[in-house]
Design a protein. Structure first.
Length: 277
């Protein structure tokens, strides 16, 4: 049993037989199912849908690399910044052993932000806005995996233990199968704590306190981003902080957080129709 399998088994810690297991409680309260939980388990190979074995290494299937480059070039044109596309890379679980049916293609367009503007925060905001517009217009899947595109500064460090240059068809960081010790109880406890915070924000949404919801969502997302980054900096992809984030994302909690902010803004700006009698 791998450490990540043990993590999943931890969610099945048995209580008396006439009461729900901790795992069932986790599913019911936080909207997780077995498929979602099992995504934290490692595989013995990279995804056979994406990769061909190449000796002791792996090479991306040609049809996939060509299609990803088409998407990347189209997105680059959509950005409308003529500064040159340095590289196109694939990161995340599909370039590693921890992929699952919930994985997606994390496609990063590597760009020199300095050539766009000296204020990187403005550049980042602009690219994020373009990404949001792109994602609302397109729903692309390859082999049933969603394709997510991002613009990334060439000087931005990346924490992934698997990074593949789609543009140059070569590994920049080749993943290694590794045994990792995971504190399963801590992942459960911290996932529960974050989920509770999101549940509490939803209470304000149901009461119609939309300004408060928007502020709380922004603060919590920034807090969660920093929390995850600290873990990635210290221990990489198998840090507790990153695993907690994945549990929240794959159980739908991150999506709920984003939806509450967007819906709160819409409700705040809407003027209800007045029916004269």
């Amino acid at each position: 049993m791998t450490p990540l399998t043990e993590l999943l088994e931890a969610l099945k810690i048995l209580q008396p037989t006439n009461t729900p297991t901790l795992y069932l409680y986790y599913m019911e309260e936080y909207n997780l199912d077995k498929a979602s939980a099992s995504t934290l388990e490692d595989n013995n190979t990279l995804s056979p849908e994406v990769w061909d074995k190449d000796g002791d290494s792996y090479k991306m299937k040609t049809e996939i690399s060509e299609r990803l480059m088409e998407i990347a070039n189209d997105f680059y044109e959509f950005l409308k910044v003529d500064v040159g596309l340095i590289d196109v890379t694939l990161t995340g679980s599909l370039s590693n052993y921890n992929y699952s049916r919930y994985s997606d293609f994390d496609l990063h367009l590597i760009i020199d932000y300095d050539k766009v503007d000296a204020d990187h925060e403005i550049v980042d905001d602009f690219f994020n806005m373009k990404k949001t517009i792109w994602n609302t217009r397109h729903d692309i899947t390859i082999k049933d995996f969603d394709v997510e595109v991002y613009a990334q500064d060439v000087n931005e460090p990346h924490h992934s233990t698997g990074v593949y240059s789609v543009k140059n068809d070569e590994w920049l960081v080749e993943p290694e199968k590794q045994e990792v010790n995971v504190d399963k109880n801590e992942v459960y406890k911290k996932s529960k704590s974050w989920a509770k915070q999101i549940d509490n924000i939803e209470k304000f949404y149901k009461k119609g306190k939309y300004n408060k919801v928007i502020g709380l969502v922004d603060k919590l997302k920034e807090k969660l981003k920093n929390y995850r980054s600290i873990g990635l900096d210290k221990k990489g992809e198998y840090a507790i902080e990153n695993l907690v984030f994945k549990v929240l994302r794959r159980s739908g909690y991150i999506g709920r957080l984003n939806d509450m902010k967007e819906d709160s803004y819409d409700e705040k700006m809407t003027i209800k129709e007045y029916n004269k009698k």
